[in-house]
Each structure stands twice: as C-alpha cells, then as structure tokens.
Design a protein around this ligand. Structure first.
Ligand SMILES: NC(=O)c1ccc[n+]([C@@H]2O[C@H](COP(=O)([O-])OP(=O)(O)OC[C@H]3O[C@@H](n4cnc5c(N)ncnc54)[C@H](O)[C@@H]3O)[C@@H](O)[C@H]2O)c1
Length: 282
C-alpha cells in the first residue's frame, strides 16, 4: 500500500496489540506517523513503537500517553458478544475514559472503532440499494449496544467539547473474506489502514459516522461517508467469490438465512459468536 507521507504527526492507538491494530500500525508508521501505543498486554518482542501498558480505564495514565498527540485511534475493547459487565467495563467505561483522557490531554481528534453490529438488525437492502452511513442504531447484541454507546459518547464529546470524532462502523475486517456474507462486508487490512489514514488527514470538523468496508462489488453499505473524508478503498472481495460456496450443512444454511436477512448476519441469531477469553483476539 502506498500513502502520501506526513511529517511530525504523532498519534495514539489503543488496543495496539490487537489484530486490527497490527494491520494498521506498520502502515501508519510507513506513512510517516509516530505512534504512541496503548494496550493491557505487552507488545511482541522487537516491536519498535512507544508502548504504555495499561487498562484503558486508567484515565490518568492515558492522559500522559496522549499528550502531544494530534489524534487518538481507539481500538481497545472486546470485539464480540460477551457478558454485560465485561462489555460495560471494556467498551463503554473504556471509551469514556479514552475520550475524557483525550480531552484532558488537548487531543483534538478521536477515531473510534464502532461496528456494523451497532446497527446489525438493519435489513439487508434490496439489490442495488445501499444502507446509509448514518442509519440509526439497531444493535443485534450487547456488543452492538456497547458500540452504539461508543457512538453516543463520540457525539457528546464532539458537540459538548468541540472534538472531531469519526466513528468507523467496521464491517468484517479479515485477511480475506471467510464466507458469502463477507463478499459484501469485507474490509481488507490495506483498506483498514487507508480508512484510518483518511480519517486522520480529514480536515473536517465535528461528529461523523462512516462505514468501514472495502470496494466490494456486492457491498450494500454506502461509500458516501468514506468518500467525503477521502477514503477510496481499493480492494474487492469479489476475487475470492469462486472459493466461497453456498453452505452444504443445515447449520451453515441457517446462518446464511441470517446473512440474507440482516446486515449483522449470524450475530442476529439467538446464539451470536462470543468472545472466548479476556485477551483472545480473532
Ligand atoms: N475485526 C473486526 O472485524 C471488527 C469489526 C468491527 C469492529 N471492530 C472493533 O475494532 C476494535 C479492534 O478489534 P480487533 O479485531 O483488533 O480486536 P482484538 O481483540 O484483536 O484487539 C483488541 C485489543 O484491545 C485490547 N484491550 C481490550 N480491553 C482492553 C482494556 N480494558 N484496556 C486496554 N486494552 C484492552 C486487547 O488486549 C487487544 O489487544 C474493537 O473495538 C472491535 O470491536 C473490529
């Protein structure tokens, strides 16, 4: 991936040990950013960036690691369905702590990892129609509720405290699409980095919500919010279509019915995929 070089831009990334962060941090560094990393787990040996080992609930610690930053990219959190108490602590209290620390440290911009599951019970639109970036929240899980709360906190810090806040409704960020639904919802690692770099560079102000999705032929998520900030995805899940066949077991066929009905797919079923352990990533 190539990107225009920036100079002297320092940013903080929470959840820096996670899978999405591992996709984007090297690409941010290549683009010229200095990255202050935050996570509750230590970096892999040899990782070259500044690292703060902390829970995101530790607001005072975050203030110190955010000082002098032009923006915070907030990725820390539980990325799947879980118990309410754990989601409340990591995703809702955690997001409050990150935004409050950014405010206290004088950081003018926050880029927040929201999710398609904040509005997962939105119906898959008719062929050729698109779901707008700002479609109202319709969470399909408690995880989705936690992301709706993240968006609400972002809106509050934008309106009340004048921060620029971009909420990225990330769809399916994987190395490659894993099932037929992801031919519509896939976000490639390179496009995830393009999205974050566009969000960092965007000179706009205030609160924005936009889809995090690649340029998939079958996408039903509007590209308008991304285009408005200069995000032009370059990857397309369609090249993987020949490898992805319709299911041949009753269980998988049932999952496919959820995929056809709601944009949150199987996360809308009575048994959505769950987070397995406090520090497990997908
Ligand atoms: N990967 C996707 O397809 C996808 C889709 C939608 C949204 N998201 C969101 O993007 C973000 C990153 O997702 P991911 O797939 O990289 O998840 P991940 O589990 O791989 O990474 C999350 C990171 O956050 C850290 N973390 C969790 N709780 C913390 C806490 N209380 N304090 C400090 N650090 C904490 C973990 O240690 C981990 O390194 C999450 O907020 C997730 O909800 C991801």
């Amino acid at each position: 991936m190539t990107a225009a070089k920036v100079s002297g831009r320092r940013i903080a990334v929470t959840g820096a040990a996670g899978s999405l962060a591992r996709d984007i941090i090297p690409r941010l560094v290549s683009a010229g950013y200095t990255v202050s990393c935050v996570d509750r787990v230590a970096p892999e040996e040899g990782f070259g960036q500044e690292w703060t080992l902390t829970e995101v609930a530790e607001t005072e610690v975050l203030v110190e690691s955010f000082r002098g930053c032009d923006a915070v990219i907030h990725l820390a959190g539980i990325p799947l369905e879980d118990d309410w108490e754990r989601l409340l602590a990591a995703n809702i209290d955690g997001t409050y702590s990150v935004l409050e620390a950014a405010r206290q440290a004088g950081v003018p911009k926050a880029v927040l990892a929201s999710s398609i599951h904040a509005t997962g019970f939105t119906a898959v639109p008719a062929h050729g129609e698109l779901v707008p970036d700002t479609t109202p929240v319709r969470p399909n899980t408690l995880y989705g509720v936690s992301k709706a709360a993240l968006e609400a906190l972002g809106s509050y810090y934008a309106d009340r405290h004048g921060m620029d806040v971009l909420c990225l409704r990330i769809a399916s960020r994987f190395d490659r699409p894993r099932d037929v639904r992801m031919l519509s919802t896939w976000l490639s690692p390179d496009d995830a980095a393009r999205l974050c770099i566009a969000a960092l560079a965007d000179p706009g102000h205030g609160f924005r919500i936009l889809w995090g999705v690649s340029a998939n032929t079958r996408s039903y998520l509007s590209p308008d919010g991304g285009a408005a900030i200069g995000y032009f995805p370059q990857d397309n899940a369609e090249k993987y279509a020949p490898e992805l066949t319709e299911p041949d077991t009753p269980e998988a066929a049932s999952e496919t019915e959820w995929d056809r009905s709601y944009i949150g797919g199987v996360f809308c079923s009575p048994n959505p995929p769950r987070h397995l352990a406090p520090q497990t990533s997908r």
